[in-house]
Design a protein around this ligand. Structure first.
Ligand SMILES: [Zn+2]
Length: 83
């Protein structure tokens, strides 16, 4: 769905839309990796992990926030903790 929308955004020369679709793709990739990890280790899903979520783009980090968001550059201290 996103790649097709990206094509449309490009053909219309809508750089703003292109950027936000790119962000969405990056975040989806990261979320997919996290879900895959849970599928690979069913036992891990029973443990309580704290997750930190970027308030700007939704990037999710396990256990600790990064120094800054690898997707949009938001400072780690701005991340929201999710238990
Ligand atoms: Zn971010």
């Amino acid at each position: 769905m996103y790649p097709k929308m990206l094509e449309v955004a490009k053909s219309e020369g809508n750089k703003e839309a292109e950027r936000s679709f790119h962000h969405a793709n990056e975040v989806e990739k990261i979320h997919a990796q996290l879900y895959q990890k849970l599928l690979d280790n069913p036992g891990a899903s029973r443990e309580t992990y704290a997750y930190y979520v970027c308030p700007v783009c939704g990037y999710t980090s396990e256990k600790e926030p990064p120094d800054s968001c690898p997707v949009c550059g938001t400072k780690g201290k701005m991340f929201k903790k999710m238990d």
